[in-house]
Design a protein around this ligand. Structure first.
Ligand code: CA
Length: 233
């Protein structure tokens, strides 16, 4: 899959010098412009000063941690964030996704996978912009999804979703009642076919359910998810 470099600027936040430099070198080698930061406060400062298109963000950082960095930058200007977690820890991952991270990689990771995920996240932003130009409103009982404005309402009350949660819901809402596999959802929403993404899908579905109502997304065990059709539950 070709990597879309197209002048994208990436902020790499990591306090471990070897990892920071290895990630930076690899991304530069793939044609990206890279800005480096080594702790929480510097990450926020660099984000403001350099306006990156994407952030690769370690969780454990001096100053304040990656979750706090993510919270602050997403409040300032939403950009795709790829979180680097030290452990394959479900709680840690959920916190990261809850503060606006779009995807995560568990250390140690392969550089090739990091570059692929970065490329996929950047392409997703382009695709979302393109989708927004096609006005579609899906009405599913009292759930309303407006792709043009990227807004969602449940029983006339607006629900605020992260960009990833919205894309996931829009994908499910495009085929209401149809079971989509986790692999398909990951490929559709994250733009990169990888079985390793199934837990990312599960985590975002969990977050989505908490906001729109658990009963609206049906789990088909061992297969995937479907958006319930029809009236209020
Ligand atoms: Ca660290």
């Amino acid at each position: 899959m070709p990597v879309n470099a197209a002048g994208a600027r990436i902020l790499v936040v990591e306090d471990e010098p070897v990892i920071n430099q290895a990630v930076t070198d690899r991304l530069r080698g793939s044609g990206y412009e890279v800005v480096q930061a080594w702790d929480g406060p510097e990450a926020v400062e660099q984000f403001t000063d350099t306006a990156p298109d994407l952030v690769v963000l370690d969780v454990m950082l001096p100053g304040f941690d990656g979750h706090e960095v993510c919270r602050r930058i997403q409040a300032a200007r939403p950009v795709p964030v790829l979180m680097l977690t030290a452990r394959d820890d479900e709680a840690d991952i959920l916190v990261g996704l809850g503060v606006g991270a779009d995807d995560y990689l568990t250390k140690p990771f392969r550089m090739r996978e990091l570059v692929a995920r970065v490329g996929a996240l950047l392409r997703r932003v382009e695709r979302a912009a393109e989708l927004a130009t096609r006005t579609t409103t899906a009405d599913l009982g009292d759930l309303r999804v407006d792709s043009a404005s990227r807004r969602v309402w449940v029983a006339d009350a607006e629900v605020h979703l992260t960009p990833t949660e919205f894309d996931l819901l829009a994908c499910l809402a495009a085929s209401p009642g149809v079971v989509l596999t986790r692999e398909n959802l990951y490929a559709e929403v994250w733009g990169w076919p990888g079985a390793s993404g199934t837990r990312t899908v599960d985590s975002h579905v969990k977050a989505l359910r908490a906001k729109i109502g658990a009963e609206r997304v049906r789990t088909v065990h061992g297969v995937g998810y479907a958006l319930e059709t029809g009236g209020a539950a």
